[in-house]
Design a protein around this ligand. Structure first.
Ligand code: AMP
Length: 519
């Protein structure tokens, strides 16, 4: 008998084994009425109600439901209420500009869009019913239209193999193209990422998980699934603030969290002013990815916070876990700086992952949870998976069983843990009448990791805009975090004989003296 791996396995188990446990502590301070604390039995009931309501709305198996929201219990529930009955959840970055959200909704073909109350304006902007989406519901205000049904959801009728390989989620990610691409992950992909991640990060039923990572980002790296499977308590946090992170760790006895380096920095800063013992000392493990953290940061997390430091490396396309770096017995006798240096490597391949570095220095991966394909983009899919290896676009080494990421082959900037496509920003700048040429690069920055920086050649005939004017112009087209934080005017930009921009040369002056080319 073949029984399919589907993401409802996780919530089904929690409802069976831990019905009376608190499943979620929702964010208390949010524009919708907080769900407060609900048990796994109740989370299961709400997921069923959501699925039954989608039946009544006529959203078929395979139909897409987008959600544009900060972290919330409602969003957590939607991972199960939507995907658990064969539909596809499209979690969208809530920081994106309206035009970007419109593109994703349209490209994914979402029939229903759920939005945070702060984004209620999308109701008008997404053009309901006029060839656009069928419904836009505001979380909190329209709960009866999302969770109102009291019927039993229609069972998901499909062949077992079909179910396991059905698309569960589509996450849009900015890459090397002007438009974001939809990463299509199947139930199998999400299942294996969640279980392997949960296993290697020792997630068990004594854990309490703090959602510092946005759930839209690679489905919160799979922790909505992994933590649920083990009956872990989910503590939702809506806005990232170092002191608030420490306070919630204290209040809810949190044991693990995931974070981009900027969040680690916020926690370290807040710890300086914290009165008394740091919350979670000798209890919390923090899982970090997005950029290679400096050795000193790792040492400080271990010394000043007393938390276990774990690094992972991966991409939205790989669900995301590819490698993990975690203390091992062989290193116990080493001094803390050497241990931190070893932990600074991206990590060893996770179970079910194979890694190699090709002769151009690019890291390639094969894994049981690499994306099925990019949604409606066969060319990009074929390119990313050429030769049956997934091309990460990252440059690095693979030695002694460990991957180190040192460089980026793709034209992507990672700022505050989010990807920004240089081309997208260049397109936005080029749409300004006074801009003749532009190159957008990332430069090292203490707070953001990399700072989106535009080098601009102006049209001498036009009225010269200021740096601020150009940033304001970008804001009309792009999410705030993608807009340049620094603009420098140049007389010309270095190009090859064939007219191609030589970004590595443009980057050189900013990266001099750094031991790697990413931050
Ligand atoms: P995303 O798909 O938005 O999660 O971004 C994935 C990209 O983040 C990767 O291709 C890397 O460039 C970068 N990244 C993720 N984890 C690490 C890490 N541990 N070290 C270096 N870069 C990382």
């Amino acid at each position: 008998m073949f029984y399919p791996l589907t993401i409802s396995d996780f919530l089904d188990r929690a409802v069976t084994v831990y019905p009376d446990r608190i499943a979620v502590v929702d964010e208390p301070a949010q524009p919708a009425q907080s769900w407060g604390e609900i048990t796994y039995a109740e989370l299961g009931r709400r997921a069923r109600a959501q699925a039954a309501t989608l039946d009544e709305l006529g959203v078929p198996v395979g139909g897409r439901v987008a959600i544009v929201s900060q972290n919330s219990a409602r969003m957590l529930c939607s991972f199960f209420g939507v995907s658990g009955w064969g539909r596809v959840l499209v979690p969208v970055n809530f920081r994106l500009a309206v035009a970007e959200i419109q593109y994703i909704v349209e490209h994914s073909g979402a029939q229903v869009v759920l939005v945070d109350p702060d984004l209620a304006h999308l109701k008008d902007e997404l053009g309901v019913g006029e060839g656009g989406v069928d419904h836009v519901f505001v979380l909190g205000q329209d709960d009866d239209k999302i969770w109102g049904s009291t019927a039993d959801p229609r069972p998901w009728e499909a062949d077992a193999v079909e179910k396991e390989n059905a698309t569960a989620t589509i996450n849009y990610t900015s890459g090397t193209t002007a438009r974001p691409k939809g990463v299509q992950l199947t139930h199998r992909n999400n299942w294996l990422n969640a279980t392997v991640f949960g296993w290697q990060a020792s997630v068990d039923d004594r854990d309490v998980y703090l959602h510092t990572l946005p759930m839209f980002h690679a489905n919160g790296w799979g922790h909505p699934f992994a933590a649920t499977a083990m009956g872990v308590k989910h503590v939702v946090i809506r806005q990232i603030d170092g002191a608030e992170i420490l306070r919630r760790i204290d209040e809810h006895a949190v044991t693990y969290l995931c974070a981009a380096p900027a969040v680690v920095a916020a926690a370290l800063d807040a710890a300086k002013d914290w009165q008394g013992e740091i919350p979670g000392r000798d209890r919390v493990r923090i899982i970090v990815a997005g950029a290679p953290p400096p050795t000193r940061t790792i040492e400080r997390v271990r010394e000043e916070l007393g938390w276990e430091f774990i690094q992972i490396y991966g991409l939205t396309e790989t669900a995301p876990l590819l490698t993990m770096s975690r203390m091992r017995a062989e290193w116990d006798h080493l001094d803390p700086t050497e241990q931190a240096r070893l932990l600074g490597r991206a990590g060893a391949p996770a179970v079910g992952v194979r890694v190699m570095v090709d002769d151009t220095g690019e890291v390639l991966a094969q894994s049981n949870h690499n994306l099925a394909s990019y949604w409606e983009n066969p060319e990009a899919t074929a390119e990313a998976q050429a030769g049956d290896w997934f091309h990460t676009g990252d440059g690095g080494t693979f030695e002694d069983g460990y991957v180190t990421i040192a460089d980026r082959k793709k034209d992507v900037i990672i700022t505050g843990g989010e990807n920004v496509s240089s081309i997208e920003v260049e397109d936005a700048l080029m749409s300004h009448a006074a801009v003749r040429e532009v190159a957008v690069i990332g430069i090292p920055d203490e707070k953001w990791g990399e700072l989106v920086t535009a080098l601009v050649v102006l049209d001498p005939e036009a009225d010269a805009p200021s740096a601020g004017d150009l940033i304001t112009h970008c804001r009309q087209h792009l999410a705030g975090y993608k807009c340049p934080k620094r603009v420098e005017f140049r007389d010309e930009l270095v190009r090859t004989a064939t007219g191609k921009l030589q970004k590595f040369k443009l980057r050189q002056e900013f990266w001099e003296g750094q031991d790697r080319q990413i931050n």
